[in-house]
Design a protein around this ligand. Structure first.
Ligand SMILES: [Zn+2]
Length: 488
């Protein structure tokens, strides 16, 4: 089927009298129809290999061993830190040990923000201190901290409804509860407050900001994450407190008495540092110039050791490529693993990759990204040209023993592949279950103890089978030229 026989919704357009003026044209049209109805299928050998890969992955401990090694031997690896550099060296070493080809680094300049120490206290009406974490990128305070009367709002819209007089000179408490969801939409809806709340408060003259963590943990642990100051806004300190402490602070406000807060932080930004994307490949055979891109990020936030974010993603991508390398059949397309630098604090690595790969962007025929925890995978979604949905159906059938749901064709991938996806690269998305992900995300609890080995193996099976079949697909993975309808 040619692209112009498809409407933007992917349905075949019926020929009109205007477009078909002769019997010859009708015959030609019918030929394209029957070709489309016989969408190229996978070979029996490829499907058998998919079964073998699935069974091997379900008993393979490579992915778990990789997360264990990364979190034990490297630990926290925020952009620009010594851990960041150690992670790059670790990834090069492990890719070589696993026998990947063309293992290399791509230099990336990354910001170097240092957390320092932070503390947070309620001074009135009922004084007490609460555990806190500075938001990534936030400025520090003078040693005595900033203290001020506080104002509580739900979110940025509620703040905007206040008069500047009621905000000026105060500390703003953003008290929005993040919703727990399986697909991560609760985070998508809640995260704007972390990134944009403190600057919005500063624009109205606030002297500090504290947010209820963008996370679902009911433990007394705060969730950090990135924020950025626009150039023309005063920089005010910004911290997060845990859900139970936010509940307690809300009760202090509910008393109707004046609430006074104090924020102290020694966060600071140091000069930019060098980091790197780490790249390794399993070279392809007859379609070797086409790239199946596997993305995850090597950096992590610093309170934990980045086991679920994104050690698990790193391990899934490396583990899947290794299983495919050892199956004894060369994949048709080249499988390229890219472990991106600094996803967390500005996606430096993916932007550098996009800039460096400008000449070969069209070779990136389909992508996978794992940046949503350690599994299990519960659904197969996609973002492909509608002409290839039949291939996705065939891949879903090969995954049937894993009992996945069939998702829609509006997958968005993660932050690192976003640039390539916006340029039309299709995606296949074995969706990781995010129900409990945000109990741990960006907290000191992001440790190996949060990785369930069985869920990780099941996820490895789902990724490996999908990646293998994407590499073997006998047809073309056509780029997306028409916009895919928004998710919701
Ligand atoms: Zn991540």
């Amino acid at each position: 089927m040619t692209a112009n026989s498809l409407g933007t919704d992917g349905r075949r357009r019926m020929p009109t009298c205007k477009t078909l003026s002769s019997a010859a044209a009708l015959t030609a049209f019918l030929a394209t129809v029957s070709a489309a109805d016989r969408a190229p299928g996978f070979t029996t050998a490829d499907l058998r290999a998919a079964d073998t890969l699935r069974e091997r992955a379900l008993s393979d401990s490579t992915a778990y061993q990789l997360v264990e090694s990364l979190t034990t031997e490297v630990g926290p690896r925020p952009a620009g830190s010594a851990g960041d550099k150690a992670a790059v060296a670790w990834a090069v070493r492990e890719m070589q040990r696993l026998g990947f080809s063309n293992v290399r680094t791509m230099e990336v300049t990354v910001p170097h923000w240092v957390r320092g120490e932070a503390d947070f206290a309620v001074l009135a009406p009922w004084p007490q201190s609460m555990p806190t974490l500075a938001l990534g990128g936030s400025v520090g305070t003078v040693p005595d901290g900033v203290q001020a009367e506080a104002v509580m709002v739900k979110d940025i819209a509620a703040l905007a409804a206040l008069t500047p007089e009621s905000v000026r000179g105060r500390i703003v408490f953003f008290n929005n509860r993040m919703e727990r969801t399986r697909d991560g939409m609760g985070y998508v809806r809640g995260v704007a407050i972390r990134a944009g709340g403190p600057p919005a408060a500063a624009a109205l003259g606030a002297v500090g900001a504290v947010i209820r963590s963008v996370g679902t943990s009911t433990d007394r642990i705060a969730h950090t994450g990135a924020m950025r100051y626009p150039a023309d806004i005063p920089r005010i300190p910004a911290v997060a407190i845990s859900n139970p402490d936010a509940d307690a602070l809300e009760r202090q406000f509910a008393s109707g008495k004046t609430v006074r807060l104090r924020i102290r932080s020694s966060s600071r930004e140091l000069p930019a540092e060098r980091s790197a994307n780490v790249i390794g490949e399993v070279p392809g055979a007859d379609r070797g110039s086409e790239i199946v891109l596997l993305g995850a990020h090597l950096d992590s936030w610093d309170p934990g050791v980045g086991a679920i974010d994104d050690g698990a993603g790193v391990a899934l991508m490396m583990g899947a490529a290794r299983l495919i390398k050892e199956i004894g059949m060369k994949p048709r397309r080249t499988i390229r693993v890219v472990l991106f630098a600094n996803e967390e604090f500005g996606t430096s690595g993916s932007r550098a990759y996009l800039a460096a790969s400008e000449a070969e962007l069209s070779r990136h025929v389909i992508g996978f990204e794992a940046d949503f925890g350690a599994g299990p995978v519960w659904r197969l979604s996609s973002r492909v040209n509608p002409a290839q949905l039949t291939a996705v159906d065939q891949i879903a059938r090969a995954l049937a023993p894993l009992k996945l749901a069939r998702g829609g064709n509006q997958a968005t991938g993660g932050a690192d592949l976003d640039g390539l996806v916006k340029l039309g690269m299709p995606l296949l998305s074995p969706d990781l279950d995010g129900t409990h992900y945000f109990d741990v995300h960006h907290t000191l609890n992001d440790t190996l103890a949060q990785v369930d080995p069985a869920a990780l193996r099941q996820s490895l099976a789902a990724f490996t089978v999908s990646i293998w079949l994407a590499a073997q697909y006998p047809g073309e993975w056509q780029r997306l030229t028409a916009p895919v309808p928004p998710l919701r």
